[in-house]
Design a protein around this ligand. Structure first.
Ligand code: ZN
Length: 201
């Protein structure tokens, strides 16, 4: 991979991304893709975007690409959590990009399904995933949670908790999860996400 031009406020890298990965079931995949990675200036508080440039990965929801053609590595908050295991570019490559490429390559080469469970593409999958991540039951609760993440912590804590416990967020144990996630990205990032949850981040 080598550095490319500065585009859309991002540092770009382009080249072959090699990976070699084995799932717990023993299936090993070694492959490379020709990709371009856009790294926002405030990385790791904002997620990079990755394009696969040779169209080896079909551009459709089934293969998890976004409307702009970038790869949909997972629900944004889930990817943010994965990134925060090691919030560096190497960490992103290892914990976010490689698992996605492994799974998608396995699907293309062998017709295998997603091992760790696959989300529906787009907003329904993201809402489902956040329901399980935050223990919520409805889409309305998820949207309210995303809205609270886009607010200042002090103000959000005064609002009714999205888990419908009847308390303010600041009194419910859900605040620990929310505060943990809140630290990982800028409020503007959560705002953009809350305004268009299925839009890809
Ligand atoms: Zn609550």
């Amino acid at each position: 991979m080598s550095p490319g031009p500065f585009k859309n406020g991002c540092v770009t890298y382009r080249g072959h991304f090699d990976f070699h990965c084995q799932a717990p079931d023993g299936v090993e995949i070694k492959h490379f893709y020709y990709v371009e990675i856009f790294i926002p200036l405030n990385f790791p508080r904002e997620l990079p975007k990755v394009w696969e440039l040779k169209e080896e990965i079909p551009r459709d929801g089934k293969h998890h690409t976004n409307y702009d053609g970038s790869l949909c590595l997972g629900s944004p908050i889930r990817v943010l959590k994965q990134l925060n295991i090691n919030p560096t570019l190497l960490g992103f490559a290892k914990n976010c990009l490689t698992p996605f490429l492994y799974t998608i390559t396995r699907q293309i080469q062998r017709g295998d399904g997603f091992i760790s469970g696959e989300l529906d593409h787009g907003e329904p999958g993201i809402v489902d995933d956040y329901q399980s991540l935050f223990n919520l039951k409805t889409k309305k609760q998820v949207l309210s949670l995303l809205h609270l993440l886009s607010m200042k912590k002090r103000e959000a804590n005064k609002k009714p908790c999205p888990c419908l416990c009847g308390q303010r967020l600041g009194k419910c144990t859900l605040r620990f999860k929310v505060n943990n996630i809140r630290k990982m990205a800028a409020r503007s990032w959560f705002r953009r996400h809350s305004l268009n949850p299925g839009g890809g981040m």
